[in-house]
Design a protein around this ligand. Structure first.
Ligand SMILES: [Zn+2]
Length: 676
C-alpha cells in the first residue's frame, strides 16, 4: 500500500485516505515533507528582489505537506496512541521543532522581512489590512523566536526548543502510562453503591477492554472524577481522588519530577537569552496580557473573595457531612458528593437526575448543532461513507444555509486507554482562501463508552464541556481568512478560550434545552422549570471552582518564575498557593506540577491564566447576546462576522472593542462568579 502522507491530499475536504494510513508511514513522510519545505524556503531565498508576494505569500504557501502530516500525526498520538506511535512522537517532536527553528532563525529570511518592514514604514508597500497584519505578525514571530539574537544565542535557543519538545513528548507518554496504571480495579460492585445501572455497565466494559473481569474505574480527566459526586463509599472516593492527584508524582517509573525541573530550567534560560527576567515575562510579551504584572494584578484582585466564598461553601457542606458521619473532617473527596446534596436540598436540583435526559447523540445533534444552526445557519449531515482515523469517529459534513459547503466535523466521543485525558479541539485541515481549503475540525471527549446497545448518557459537566469544545470548533469552521497563519484558533493563547466559553451559554438556553433534553426511555421533555432552577445555581460552588482554578493559574506562573531549581515540588506548590492566600485543604489544586499537562505537554506554559483572562471577554459577550435577544440568526451573524470568522487576522483586542463598541470590563465576570 502506498503512503498517503507523501503527497497533498486532493480528496474531498483535503482529507487523507485514512483507510490506507499505517503507523510506519509517519517517519518517511516526515523526511519527505521537511525536504519539500526546505526546497520551498530555498526557492524564496533565491529570489533576487524582495516582494510581499515572493516572500510572505510564498512562505504561507510553503510547508503544506508538513502541516498535513503534523495535523494527522499529533491528532493520532493524542487520541489513539500506542507504543510505536509514542516512539514516533518522541523522534518527530524535537526534529519538527528543529526544522521550524531553522526557518524562524534563518538570518537571510529575517532580512527579507525587515526589508519589507522598511518599505512599509517608508510608505512604499501597498497592502490590504490582512496582508499588513501578516507582515506585522511574521516580524513578531521571528523576533520572538530569536531572529535578532547573535549567532550563539540563536543556536542555543534552537537546542533548548528541541530538548523541550523531547521532554514534553516524554511527559505525555509517562502521564498516559501512569493514568492507566492508576485505574482502580474492583472484583465486584460491593463498593460501588450510588452508581446507576448504566454506569456500572460502563465500568464493566472498561474492565473487559483491559482484559479483566469485574469493574474498572479509569482516571478520565486531569482534575477530579465524575463518579465522586455519586459514590457513597468514602474510602473509595478518597482513593480515586488521591490517585488522580498523584499522577506522575509517585515513586515509580513514570515519575515526572525530573522532566518538570528540566523544562522549567530550560525555559528560564531561554527567557534570559532574550533579556527577560523570567519565563512568564518572555511568554506573555506576545499575548494580549502583555506582562505577568498585569495578570497578577487581576488574579490577586479575585483570589481573596474566591477563598472566602469557598470557606463559606465548605461550612455548608460540613453540616451535611456531620449528618452522615458525626465528627468527620470535611475532605477534598467529600466536596462533590455534598455539593450535589446541597444543590438538591437548597435549589431542588439533582444533576444526576438529569442524566437520562442527556443522551449523547441527541445532545450533539439536537443541542449543539441546533444552536449552531439557529445562530450561524449551519447544517450538519452524517457522512458515514468517509473513513475517519478511528472506528468510533462520527463524521458530519457542515454546510451553510445557502447550500455552500462550510467544512467537515469529526466527533470522537469515547474514552479509551489509548487517548489522553480531558477534551479538546484540533484541526485536521486549516481553512484558508489562499490555499483554497475548507476546515476539517475534530472534537475529542472522554465519555465512558456504553455497553453495546446501551445509550451513552452524559453528566451535566460533560454536556457543558461539549458545548465548550464545540465553541472552539465554530472558531475553526467559521474561519474566513486569506492566510493559514490566521486560520481559526490561531490566535493568542490568552484569547483562544473566549469563543469556546461563550458557546457554553447555549447549553441552558430554553429553546436549545427543549430541543435536546429528552428522556432516553420515556421520550418526555425535561421540565422547563429546571432551567430557572439551574440558572439560580449559577454562582453556586463558584468559590470552589474559582479557588481551584486560580491555584493552578498561580502555580503555573510561580513554577515558571523560578529557574527550575526546586527540590521538593509539593512543598513549592504549597508555598506558592499560600503566598496568594489560597491554601485551603478541602480545595486541592486542580493541577499539580507532576501532571500539569497544559503547561508541560500542551503549550500553555505561563498561559493557564488565559482561561479567566478570556472569561472577562466571555462574560461581556454573553451579556451582549442576552441584551440583544439571545439565540437569533442576526446575533450569530454579528458575532461570526466580528469575531469567529476573523481568526487571528487582526488585532484580537481590537476585534473585541469593535464588537462591544467599548473596552471590555471585568465586572460581568465578577458578578457571574459571585465575586462582585
Ligand atoms: Zn477550551
Amino acid at each position: 500500500m502506498s503512503n498517503p502522507l507523501l503527497e497533498l491530499s486532493s480528496r474531498e475536504f483535503n482529507l487523507i485516505d485514512f483507510s490506507e494510513l499505517e503507523d510506519r508511514h509517519y517517519l518517511p513522510a516526515f523526511e519527505a515533507a521537511t525536504a519539500a519545505h526546505n526546497a520551498e524556503i530555498a526557492a524564496i531565498l533565491a529570489e533576487p528582489s524582495v516582494s510581499f508576494e515572493n516572500t510572505l505569500v510564498a512562505m504561507e504557501r510553503s510547508g503544506q505537506l508538513l502541516s498535513q502530516l503534523a495535523n494527522v500525526v499529533f491528532n493520532k498520538t493524542s487520541s489513539d496512541t500506542n507504543e510505536y506511535l509514542q516512539q514516533v512522537e518522541q523522534k518527530l517532536s524535537p526534529r519538527l521543532t528543529a526544522h521550524l527553528d531553522a526557518i524562524s532563525l534563518n538570518p537571510e529570511l529575517f532580512a527579507r522581512l525587515v526589508e519589507l518592514e522598511q518599505k512599509r514604514d517608508a510608505g512604499e508597500l501597498e497592502l490590504d489590512s490582512e496582508s499588513d497584519w501578516l507582515l506585522t505578525k511574521y516580524l513578531q514571530d521571528f523576533r520572538h523566536a530569536g531572529a535578532e539574537l547573535g549567532e550563539s544565542g540563536r543556536a542555543r535557543v534552537a537546542e533548548i526548543n528541541e530538548e523541550l519538545a523531547s521532554l514534553s513528548a516524554e511527559f505525555d507518554k509517562r502521564l498516559l502510562a501512569d493514568s492507566n496504571d492508576l485505574a482502580i480495579h474492583l472484583d465486584d460492585a460491593k463498593r460501588l453503591d450510588g452508581l446507576t445501572e448504566s454506569e456500572l455497565q460502563s465500568l464493566q466494559q472498561a474492565a473487559s477492554d483491559r482484559g479483566r473481569k469485574g469493574y474498572t474505574i479509569p482516571l478520565l480527566n486531569y482534575s477530579g472524577h465524575p463518579l465522586l459526586s455519586q459514590l457513597t463509599d468514602r474510602e473509595l472516593r478518597q482513593e480515586i481522588l488521591q490517585r488522580t492527584l498523584s499522577r506522575g508524582a509517585r515513586d515509580n517509573a513514570n515519575n515526572t519530577s525530573e522532566l518538570v525541573r528540566k523544562m522549567l530550567k530550560l525555559r528560564s534560560e531561554k527567557a534570559r537569552l532574550f533579556g527577560y527576567a523570567d519565563y512568564p515575562s518572555y511568554a506573555t510579551s506576545t499575548q494580549t496580557a502583555k506582562s505577568p504584572e498585569r495578570i497578577h494584578a487581576v488574579l490577586r484582585q479575585i483570589a481573596p473573595v474566591a477563598k472566602k466564598n469557598a470557606e463559606a461553601e465548605a461550612a455548608q457542606l460540613n453540616q451535611l457531612l456531620q449528618l452522615e458521619r458525626p465528627g468527620a473532617t470535611l475532605a477534598a473527596w467529600d466536596w462533590d458528593r455534598y455539593t450535589e446534596q446541597l444543590r438538591a436540598r437548597d435549589y431542588d436540583v439533582d444533576t444526576a437526575v438529569l442524566k437520562p435526559y442527556f443522551e449523547l447523540r441527541r445532545v450533539l445533534e439536537d443541542g449543539v448543532f441546533f444552536a449552531a444552526n439557529q445562530l450561524y445557519g449551519l447544517r450538519f449531515s452524517r457522512r458515514d461513507d468517509i473513513v475517519g482515523y478511528h472506528p468510533d469517529n462520527w463524521i458530519y459534513q457542515v454546510d451553510f444555509e445557502d447550500g455552500e459547503n462550510c467544512g467537515l466535523y469529526i466527533f470522537d466521543p469515547y474514552a479509551r486507554p489509548s487517548k489522553s485525558g480531558g477534551a479538546w479541539m484540533n484541526n485536521l485541515v486549516d481553512q484558508s482562501r489562499l490555499l483554497n481549503k475548507k476546515p476539517v475540525v475534530v472534537n475529542n471527549m472522554n465519555i465512558p463508552k456504553p455497553a453495546s446497545g446501551e445509550p451513552a448518557l452524559m453528566t451535566f459537566d460533560e454536556v457543558n464541556t461539549l458545548f465548550h469544545e464545540f465553541g472552539h470548533t465554530l472558531h475553526g469552521l467559521l474561519s474566513d481568512v486569506t492566510y493559514p497563519r490566521f486560520s481559526g484558533t490561531n490566535v493568542e493563547r490568552d484569547f483562544v478560550e473566549f469563543p469556546s466559553q461563550v458557546n457554553e451559554m447555549w447549553m441552558l438556553w430554553p429553546e436549545v434545552l427543549a430541543n435536546y433534553a429528552i428522556h432516553f426511555e420515556t421520550g418526555e421533555k425535561l421540565d422547563p422549570t429546571w432551567i430557572e432552577k439551574i440558572l439560580a445555581t449559577e454562582s453556586f460552588n463558584q468559590g470552589f471552582e474559582t479557588t481551584h482554578y486560580l491555584q493552578a493559574a498561580i502555580l503555573d506562573l510561580a513554577l515558571h518564575e523560578t529557574d527550575g531549581d526546586i527540590t521538593d515540588l509539593a512543598q513549592f506548590e504549597a508555598a506558592a498557593i499560600s503566598d496568594y492566600g489560597l491554601d485551603f485543604a478541602p480545595v486541592p489544586t486542580r493541577y499539580r506540577p507532576n501532571y500539569f499537562a497544559h503547561i508541560f505537554a500542551g503549550g500553555y506554559s505561563a498561559g493557564y491564566y488565559g482561561y479567566i483572562w478570556s472569561e472577562v471577554l466571555d462574560a461581556e459577550s454573553v451579556d451582549w447576546f442576552k441584551q440583544n435577544g439571545g439565540l437569533t440568526r442576526e446575533n450569530g451573524r454579528r458575532f461570526a462576522e466580528a469575531l469567529l470568522s476573523r481568526g487571528g487576522s487582526s488585532d484580537s483586542m481590537g476585534l473585541v472593542r469593535e464588537f462591544l463598541g467599548r473596552e471590555p470590563e471585568i465586572t460581568p465576570l465578577l458578578i457571574r462568579r459571585g465575586l462582585a
